[in-house]
Design a protein around this ligand. Structure first.
Ligand code: HEM
Length: 476
C-alpha cells in the first residue's frame, strides 16, 4: 500500500457536528447550490457527512466524465437509489444495475429511438395544439399564469400518450388524478435517498402514506394499460411492426435471446419513462420561458427562425423541421447549461477507486456536480450570461476563437447511461418554442416572491408568473 496516498478522511470539507455531520446545513430543496458553494470553499473534490455517512463531492469535468464513462462496471448509481426505487415498485432502467440494466437499456433505447420518434410526431402535434389553445384562452382572459404548471400538463399528456396510448388530456381538464399522484414521487425519492436512516420502514409519516396511495393507484393504472396493450397487439399484429406508443414497442421488443420482456420489466419501465420524461422536460421549458421574459430578443429570434417552418397555428410542418431550428436548439442548450434540471448525479464505486490521488472505498457515496463545468468562465466565456450565440459560432479545427467547451456541458449525463430521452425532449422543446414564439409574446409578471430554484430530485423554477399576448388569432 502507498503510504503517501490520501483517503477520503484527508479531503477538505465543511466540519460538521458529531453524529449529525452536516445534516443541519443541508437544506435538500437547495442541495445543488449548497454543494456548489462548498466547491468554492473547498475545491472540486471534497467531502461532507450526512449523519455519520461520508459523501464525496466531485465537480471537475475530467473526473466527472471519467466516472460517467466507467459505468456500469466500476461505478453504479447510489445503492440507495436501487433500494428506494425497488421499495416503491419502480424497477426500471434508471435504477437497474448490471445485466438487468443492460437488458432494460436495450428495451428503452429502442423504444425511444429516432424511428419511433417519427411515428410519434402526430401525437406531439396534437398535444402541442392543445397547449396553444390553452394559452390562447389565457391571452384572451389576460390571466396571470404559472407557466411551469401548464408545461407539466403538456409533458404529462405527451408522456402518457406516448407511454401507453392513453390520452390523459390534462390540458383541457382541471385537476387529474394520475398527475397528482406522479407529483408526489420525486420529492419523496429526494427525501429518502438523502435520509441517513430509513425511518419509513419503521414509522410512516403522512407523506409516506400519501406516497403509498399514489404508487398503488399508478401501479393499478399501468397494470390495466399493459393488459389492454397485450389484447390490442394480439388482435392487430400489424402493431408489432408499426407500434403506436412506447408500451406497444416494449411489448413487441425481443431481448438478446429472442425472448419477450416480462410484465415486471414492462411495468417498471413504463413507470420509469413516465417519471423521467415529465418534470425534466417541463422544468427545462419553464426555465427557457424565464429567460425569454427577461431577454425578449430570444422570443424574436425563435419567431424569426420558425416563420417558414410552421403552420399558421405554429405547428411544425414535419419532424425534420426540428433539425433546422439551430437557434432554438442553442436556446435550449443555453438553458440546460445554466439551469440543468438534473444538476447532481448520485453514484458509488463498486470497487476501491482513486480520484485525483485520493482513494475512495467501494460503496462510498459520490455526488457528481454535473452543473459545475457549464458555469465556469474557463469553459464558457462570460459563463453567467445567457448567450445562445455561443453555440452558433463556427468551431475550427484549430479550436474555438473563444472559450466554448461542450465536453463540460453534461445536462443529459454521459457515458453508457446517457439520457435515452434526449432526442424526444429536444423535439418537444422545439415544438413548444416554435408554437409559443410564433403565436404569442410572453411577459413577466412580478409576483409577491422572486423566481427561485427548487430542488426535489429535479430542479424547477418557483414563482414564475407570466402573461400571454396573442400575436395573431389564426384558428383560435
Ligand atoms: C430536458 C429533458 C431531460 C433531461 C435534462 C434529462 C436528463 C437526464 C439525466 C441527467 C439522466 C442521467 C444520465 C446519467 O446517469 O448519465 C437521465 C437518464 C434517463 N432519462 Fe432523461 N432527461 C430528460 C428527458 C427525458 C425524457 C423525455 C425521457 C423519456 C421519456 C428520459 C428518459 C430517461 C431514462 C430512461 C434515463 C435512465 C437511463 C439509464 O440509466 O440508462 N429523459 N436523464
Amino acid at each position: 500500500m502507498d503510504l503517501h496516498s490520501r483517503s477520503v478522511k484527508d479531503l477538505p470539507g465543511p466540519k460538521g457536528l458529531p453524529l449529525l455531520g452536516n445534516l443541519h446545513e443541508v437544506d435538500l430543496k437547495k442541495l445543488h447550490r449548497i454543494l456548489e458553494d462548498w466547491v468554492n470553499m473547498y475545491g472540486p473534490l471534497y467531502k461532507f457527512r450526512l449523519g455519520t455517512h461520508p459523501v464525496v463531492v466531485v465537480a471537475d469535468t475530467e473526473n466527472v466524465q471519467q466516472i460517467l464513462r466507467q459505468r456500469p462496471n466500476i461505478y453504479r448509481r447510489l445503492g440507495a437509489i436501487e433500494t428506494v426505487f425497488l421499495e416503491m415498485g419502480i424497477t426500471g432502467v434508471f435504477s437497474a444495475e448490471g445485466n438487468d440494466w443492460k437488458r432494460q437499456r436495450r428495451l428503452t433505447a429502442h423504444a425511444l429511438d429516432a424511428i419511433h420518434l417519427r411515428e410519434f410526431f402526430p401525437i406531439l402535434l396534437r398535444v402541442t395544439e392543445r397547449l396553444r389553445k390553452r394559452w390562447m384562452m389565457h391571452a384572451d382572459s389576460g390571466a396571470t399564469v404559472d407557466i411551469q404548471q401548464d408545461l407539466m400538463r403538456y409533458t404529462v399528456d405527451v408522456t402518457t400518450n406516448l407511454a401507453f396510448g392513453y390520452d390523459m388530456n390534462t390540458l383541457e381538464k382541471e385537476g387529474d388524478v394520475i398527475q397528482d399522484h406522479l407529483q408526489k414521487i420525486f420529492p419523496m425519492i429526494n427525501r429518502r435517498i438523502n435520509s441517513p436512516f430509513p425511518y419509513w420502514r419503521y414509522l410512516k409519516l403522512p407523506a409516506d402514506h400519501a406516497l403509498d396511495a399514489a404508487l398503488k393507484a399508478i401501479q393499478q393504472a399501468i397494470a390495466s394499460f399493459v393488459s389492454q396493450g397485450r389484447v390490442r397487439l394480439a388482435a392487430n399484429p400489424d402493431l408489432l411492426t408499426h407500434p403506436t406508443n412506447l408500451l406497444e414497442v416494449m411489448l413487441s421488443a425481443r431481448d438478446e435471446n429472442g425472448g419477450v420482456f416480462s410484465d415486471v420489466d414492462i411495468h417498471g419501465n413504463v413507470m420509469t419513462l413516465l417519471l423521467a420524461g415529465e418534470d425534466t422536460t417541463a422544468n427545462t421549458l419553464a426555465w427557457t420561458a424565464n429567460y425569454m421574459v427577461n431577454q425578449p430578443e430570444i422570443q424574436t429570434g425563435v419567431q424569426t427562425e420558425v416563420s417558414s417552418l410552421v403552420s399558421p397555428t405554429g405547428m411544425l410542418h414535419s419532424i425534420q423541421n426540428a433539425d433546422k431550428m439551430e437557434y432554438s436548439e442553442a436556446v435550449a442548450n443555453e438553458t440546460l447549461r445554466l439551469k440543468p434540471v438534473a444538476p447532481i448525479l448520485f453514484l458509488e464505486p463498486m470497487q476501491d477507486v482513486t480520484l485525483s490521488g485520493v482513494t475512495v472505498e467501494k460503496g462510498t457515496s459520490i455526488f457528481l456536480l454535473t452543473m459545475h463545468g457549464g458555469l465556469q468562465d474557463s469553459n464558457f466565456q462570460e459563463a453567467s450570461q445567457f448567450n445562445p450565440g455561443r453555440w452558433l459560432q463556427p468551431t475550427t479545427t484549430s479550436g474555438c476563437p473563444f472559450n466554448h467547451t461542450p465536453k463540460a456541458f453534461l445536462p443529459f449525463g454521459g457515458g453508457p447511461r446517457f439520457c435515452p430521452g434526449r432526442q424526444l425532449a429536444m423535439v418537444e422543446m422545439k415544438m413548444v418554442m416554435a408554437m409559443l414564439c410564433s403565436q404569442f409574446e410572453i411577459v413577466k409578471v412580478d409576483g409577491p416572491k422572486p423566481v427561485t430554484e427548487l430542488f426535489s430530485f429535479t430542479m424547477m423554477p418557483q414563482n414564475l408568473l407570466v402573461r400571454f399576448k396573442a400575436r395573431n388569432r389564426t384558428g383560435a
